[in-house]
Design a protein around this ligand. Sequence first.
Ligand code: LLP
Length: 429
Amino acid sequence: MPSSLHMLPGAPWIAHHEGELKVEQVPLQRLAAAHGTPLYVYSRAAIEAAASAWSDAAPGRDVALRYAVKANSSLAVLRVLAELGWGFDIVSGGELARVLAAGGDAAKTVFSGVGKTDAEIAAALRAGVQCLNVESESELQRIDRVAGQLGVRAPVSLRINPDVDARTHPYISTGLRSNKFGIPQALARRAYTGCAQLQHLRVVGIACHIGSQITELGPYLDALDRVVELVRDIEHHGVALAHIDLGGGLGIRYADEAPPRPAELLAALLARLDAAGLGQRPLLLEPGRSVVGNAGLLLTEVVTLKSSIERHFAVVDAAMNDLMRPALYEAWQDIVAVRPRDGAQARQYDVVGAVCESGDWLGRERLLDLREGDLLAVLSAGAYGMAMASNYNTRPRAAEVLVDGDRAHLIREREDVAALFAGERIAPR
Ligand code: LLP
């Protein structure tokens, strides 16, 4: 049975109708003809629905949503979320510039990350961000110094490392004490009370983030328990914490995962905060993947079919530089034909790119009935797809399209090869 007959992860916005894959009402065949491949295609309705699942999750409660820009930082995507009233979670000066260019509100933007530079801190303070999520005592001093130079008080929230196992891929687990992230719990009180000596800081909250693609509630609740313990201890020592930020991380369905829905997560978190007497505290969350992941796909054309003694390869015009997740994490994303054939010539294909690395594959052992020139869609590619794309092998990055009903908007032009080396110089002899 061709995999296209399964319910696709982006359904109902990404689905086959009369033998042809469409995003909302737009056939992908048409988009490939108009814009070429590889092409990232997103559904605005799917993004909005995923965003609503968060914003409608806890009616009447003080929950502030800060979209994690790193998941998909295209301006058009940021604008969709800004229009829905979301704030943002950024990790670089570049992401700050994108948020501002897309019309995002700096006052609803939190700045995370382990290595903020003086220039990035200054830019964030000038823009008036909601807070900097601080990851070390040394960074506190750095922020104090930069804020002093600017004559402002920097709003800070300390990101603590709760030493909780998010039970996800080791590369995207961030809340273990062996990870580089956050301030160890044991040092948190000292860091907070030390802020009193730093006159250009204003403590506004506490933050943590334990990892990404989390498919169960347990790790989130364990992290919350540690945070609650710390809030009590720190406030007992005279430092008031206005908000609690629990990071992002809720997983999506790539294959058969069944992650909790935002409403389930929030019900569990808020019940525990209520029980701890902290239910009135504003709660911040920084979802990324769960907002855009299943709202996008990577459209690619089969260039060559070839077989070795042992395997069949479908070489496509997208590669690891366009979608790095399979190469980097051995991630599984569904791959379906845009116009599925009858299956008579179906084979187990390794779907690979043209990059000169054996790790350059998008999917392995996929049952597909293919001819050269066919279009394939790599699903669940809306998060950490384009945002992680590179120019390896001097491959221009893909174009992007945002579909809205029966309309398709080109939101990023295909990169031009000449632009790739426009800033380079040949050194004189
Ligand atoms: N907040 C912080 C501080 C983070 O570090 C992250 C993700 C998020 C929020 C958003 O988490 P999400 O809701 O998207 O899970 N490239 C990897 C994912 C790396 C995530 C790193 N941090 C992947 O493709 O699986």
